[in-house]
Design a protein around this ligand. Structure first.
Ligand SMILES: Cc1cc2nc3c(=O)[nH]c(=O)nc-3n(C[C@H](O)[C@H](O)[C@H](O)COP(=O)(O)OP(=O)(O)OC[C@H]3O[C@@H](n4cnc5c(N)ncnc54)[C@H](O)[C@@H]3O)c2cc1C
Length: 486
């Protein structure tokens, strides 16, 4: 994993190369092609999936056509206000506003041009969002999202070179990227020259050494994202002298069923569920956010909590594919009384009774508890349901500092000549730590920066700004339209 001097020749050349075939890379590919530039996406896996496939596939956007059609009033000011408030204003306000502004353009474009069929989830609000703005494809899953994006890329005739693990970049002394080297599963290597490069290879959550270095207290936490995300963008960025920020920031989640490893939607918590520890006691305001809840759960005895809910919330859970899988896997316990619930969960019955009685009183009084949670939903009623959960790291939020044009910056504010980044490879909008993550910040930066990076990279390649006087040898790599190359 290095940045090397430009070789005398490349095996092939292409105007725009993209590393990573998740949401960011696929959207960047579509945007590049829409601007008329040839582009190749390189993906280390046999099938493009990334953390995008593991996600719930829900993307926040404001002022989109589907929001309007569903009668939802939203604005850049409201959405950026929500993101900034969650990050305690410890993030780049101009970037937040620029990406909120971009959000509806990208969603509307993906719907109109590429048939993504986004609609807005309006059954509940995720913590910190004042408006229904989570856009999901029909199945409301990350696999549906990545599947539809992959189909769109194939339909556009954009080659995705799969099983292509990019190991090194080539650059000249000015920091201009001239190409890259990728390895095949059989150990062979190929080189590809390019005029502009987009880093869409996410963060470092899959690299335990980097997590230990940059987020030491989460070194032993479960990682729930894509293991192929090894921090390559940051490692190349270090070699290139790029600016980086918020490297200790991450999206966590305090509700991963164990030992099943299945996400239990936080929607249940927002609609009235509670979390108790192995002592049968609540330990936090569950409504501040699921990201910071990961650390809180991990700090409980045996890094464990139980999500407690009732029939009404069980019905809500069944709207989610993940929850249905958890149910099928036997992760969801059921009990007709508090005593039985205590037995099912192995919790002290007296303490659990006290906790549930207190939660019922708070709900009846519409009161706020000592942790600051306002109990505004109906009280929990038997029969009860419970899922044993732990906290996990989902993806890292720190990364390469980019401007609203997705260009990677140096610490002095200047830009690297032809390098772009988006999604988890770039610094997120969540500030310096886990508490700043507002639901959807991950896919928001993936699709908006992917869209912008693709367009800008195509323009740069068309202008031939970078390779003045330099002729790259080798043939242009041509994908077979409509096929993923392996
Ligand atoms: C369980 C879970 C649920 C989530 N739910 C949501 C949600 O509902 N909404 C939301 O906004 N966010 C959510 N997120 C976060 C979201 O998934 C990510 O922020 C988003 O997918 C990042 O997109 P990306 O394109 O940057 O990265 P990815 O989708 O991870 O794609 C990166 C790709 O790069 C490839 N790659 C890496 N290194 C190389 C290399 N050297 N050479 C070639 N290829 C390489 C990887 O194999 C991968 O396919 C969730 C995350 C998880 C884990």
């Amino acid at each position: 994993m290095a940045v090397l001097p430009t070789p005398t020749a490349f095996d092939a050349t292409v105007p725009v190369a993209i590393i990573g075939g998740g949401a960011c890379g696929l959207v960047a590919g579509l945007a590049t092609a829409a601007k008329g530039a040839e582009v190749v996406i390189l993906e280390r896996d046999a099938v493009p999936q990334g953390s995008t496939a593991l996600s719930s596939g829900l993307i926040p956007a404001c002022g989109s056509a589907v929001q309007r059609s569903q009668g939802i009033d939203d604005s850049v000011g409201t959405m950026s206000g929500d993101i900034l408030a969650k990050a305690h204003h410890e993030t780049d306000k101009a970037m937040v506003e620029a990406l909120c502004e971009q959000s509806s353009k990208t969603i509307d474009w993906l719907n109109a041009e590429h048939g993504l069929e986004f609609s807005v989830l309006d059954a509940f609000l995720y913590p910190g969002h004042r408006v229904h703005r989570m856009h999901g494809t029909p199945a409301r899953t990350g696999t549906d999202l990545i599947g539809r994006l992959t189909q769109a890329v194939e339909a556009a005739g954009i080659p995705i070179v799969t099983e292509a693990h990019v190991t090194d970049l080539f650059a000249d002394p000015s920091g201009t990227i001239t190409g890259l080297r990728y390895e095949r599963p059989d150990g062979s290597a190929e080189t590809l020259g390019c005029q502009a490069l987009i880093l869409a290879c996410n963060g470092f959550g899959g690299n335990p050494d980097m997590v230990r270095e940059l987020i030491p207290d989460m070194a032993d936490a479960n990682y729930f994202g894509h293991v192929g995300n090894q921090g390559d963008a940051i490692r190349w960025g270090r070699d290139l002298g790029a600016d980086m920020a918020d490297l200790g920031s991450f999206q966590g989640h305090g509700s991963v069923a164990q030992p099943h490893g299945i996400l239990i939607s936080w929607a249940l918590m927002m609609e009235g569920a509670i979390q108790v520890n192995l002592e049968g006691r609540r330990f936090s305001n569950e409504h501040t956010g699921y990201s910071e809840q990961a650390r809180r759960v991990i700090h409980q005895p045996e890094a464990t909590a139980w999500n407690i809910f009732d029939e009404r919330l069980h019905a809500l859970g069944m709207d989610f594919e993940d929850f249905r899988q958890a149910k099928a896997a036997g992760a969801v316990g059921e009990a007709s009384s508090v005593e039985e619930l205590a037995a099912v969960c192995g919790l002290p019955a007296d303490a659990l009774q006290e906790t549930l009685s207190e939660a019922e009183r708070l709900a009846k009084d519409q009161a706020t508890d000592g942790f600051g949670r306002a109990f505004l939903k109906p009280a929990l009623r038997p029969p009860y349901y419970a899922v044993r959960v732990t906290g996990a790291v989902f993806h890292t939020q720190g990364g390469l500092v980019v401007g609203p044009d997705a260009r990677v910056k140096r610490p002095d504010g200047s830009v690297l000549p032809n390098l772009f980044a988006g999604g988890g490879a770039a610094r997120g909008l969540s500030g310096p730590d886990d508490w700043g993550y507002l639901s959807g910040n991950g896919l928001l930066t993936a699709i908006t920066l992917g869209h912008i990076a693709g367009e800008r990279a195509a323009e740069q390649a068309a202008e031939g700004q970078v390779l003045e006087g330099q002729v790259l040898e080798g043939q242009v790599l041509e994908g077979q339209a409509g096929e993923v190359q392996a």
